[in-house]
Design a protein around this ligand. Structure first.
Ligand code: PLP
Length: 418
């Protein structure tokens, strides 16, 4: 103990010569678990609107939005106020599904009203991966089948079940180290009409992102989602849309399923659904959802799912999107980005749905160079899990035209240096 104290005081002496930000960075590397050997290491002091600021006062344009989370902008006063008010009233009281809590009920009612029928019963959880886990279990429980189908280059989360649905062969890089995973999972080629025949009477569910995010923004071909819906209906398989990344206005409609006119049996939501707080959900018809209640009872339970503060934040953000007609302007803003960038010689292609853009540069070398320069110039962007040749533009949906133009100026300046 004595030795430990001496070590601590020695460390604090050395620390005097370092700035607080440097100390924090060192402690981050020593004591906060890392997900890769090369984290970004950008410090965050505060965030507001489409910007965040480092402890050194450097401003960054946030073109990632915490991976499609901050749709209503950082520190949106409406959300902050809702969080404060709910925290003062009550936080956690009892495990999920037992008590009548106003923030959960009100949010469920409004989400059900906004989703197409018969999506009306909302099971709240804490994250996207959990929403996917719940949806898969619900499909197995309802259909009494075990086979689960996903798409190649799909990402649905990092828990064992969600990871089992990372489509092969691309997903192998992540899956192999963690086997055995769930049995009875297979993958289709997204957009392959022929592959739909692999969905059969054995299939419990097909899990599909209507727009593939981590594949590098891949849009469904004309008629594909309709054909997928039809095939699922023919064989009695449930169709699950994962709208964790593309829901809550990102594609220019509140939900991507509305954009394509295809209603799934189950939809998963998270990320922007919590307005910046950790919240996820899977939503289905009441008939399907009720199958989780019995045989066995308590077959899917969670302590913190639907935390009242998270639901209050999510509801405030959802109302903000609606009251301020934010979603109605998303397609125009996305098109503005595309228009202002597409003629740059370094840009090979732009794939886009609303305000989710993949700007294709063609090689990893060019992309990594751009990432370094972005960091220097105060642009926060990222690449995609299955696509390390394109950078992401997915700013808060509240970004203004002036902010779009200013960020494009910086991006073009960086691309000029390639
Ligand atoms: C489409 C999709 N599904 C699920 C997830 C997993 O969500 P979470 O990280 O909250 O578990 C993600 C996360 O990026 C995602 O993009």
């Amino acid at each position: 103990m004595l030795r430990k104290n001496r070590f601590v005081s020695l460390r604090s002496k050395i620390s005097k010569d370092m700035s607080n930000a440097q100390i924090l960075r060192r402690q981050f590397l020593a004591n906060v678990a890392q997900t890769s050997p090369s984290p970004m290491l950008v410090g965050v002091e505060r965030a507001e609107g489409v910007f965040f600021y480092t402890p050194e006062g450097k401003r960054y344009f946030d073109l990632v939005s915490g991976v499609s989370v901050s749709n209503v902008g950082h520190a949106n006063p409406v959300v902050v106020e809702a969080v404060k008010r709910q925290a003062e009233r009550y936080m956690h009281v009892m495990v999920y599904g037992e008590m009548v809590e106003r923030p959960q009920v009100e949010y469920a009612v409004e989400i059900a009203a906004a989703l197409p029928d018969p999506l009306e019963s909302v099971y709240f959880l804490n994250s996207g991966a959990e929403a996917v886990e719940g949806a898969l279990k619900l499909a197995k429980r309802y259909t009494h089948r075990t086979e689960m189908i996903s798409m190649r280059r799909a990402y649905h989360g990092s828990t064992h079940g969600a990871m089992s649905m990372m489509g092969e062969p691309e997903g192998e890089e992540w899956k192999n180290a963690f086997r055995p995973l769930l049995p009875d999972c297979k993958a289709l080629d997204f957009n392959s009409f022929e592959d739909l025949a692999k969905i059969t009477e054995k299939t419990a569910c097909v899990l599909c992102e209507p727009v593939q995010g981590e594949a590098g923004v891949r849009l469904p071909q004309e008629g594909y989602l309709q054909a997928l819906r039809k095939r699922c209906d023919e064989v009695g398989a449930l169709l699950i849309f994962d709208e964790i990344q593309v829901g809550m206005g990102r594609t220019g409609e509140m939900f991507a399923c509305q954009k394509y006119g295809v209603t799934p049996d189950i939809i998963t939501l998270a990320k922007a659904f919590g307005g910046g707080m950790p919240l996820g959900a899977f939503v289905s018809s009441k008939e399907i959802m009720d199958s989780l209640q019995t045989d066995p009872v308590l077959g899917h339970i969670t302590t913190f799912g639907g935390h009242p503060v998270c639901c209050a934040a999510g509801l405030a953000a959802f109302r903000y999107l609606k009251d301020n007609h934010v979603v109605e302007d998303v397609e125009r803003k996305g098109a503005l980005y595309e228009e202002l960038l597409k003629d740059h010689p370094a840009v090979l292609e732009i794939r886009r749905s609303g305000l989710l853009l993949a700007v294709e540069l063609g090689t990893e070398e060019r992309l990594f160079k751009v990432m370094e320069l972005f960091k220097e110039e105060g642009i926060m962007s990222d690449w995609f899990l299955y696509c390390a040749t394109a950078f992401r533009i997915s700013p808060p949906l509240v970004i203004s035209d002036d902010e779009i133009r200013e960020s494009v100026e910086i991006i073009r300046r960086v691309l000029d240096r390639l």
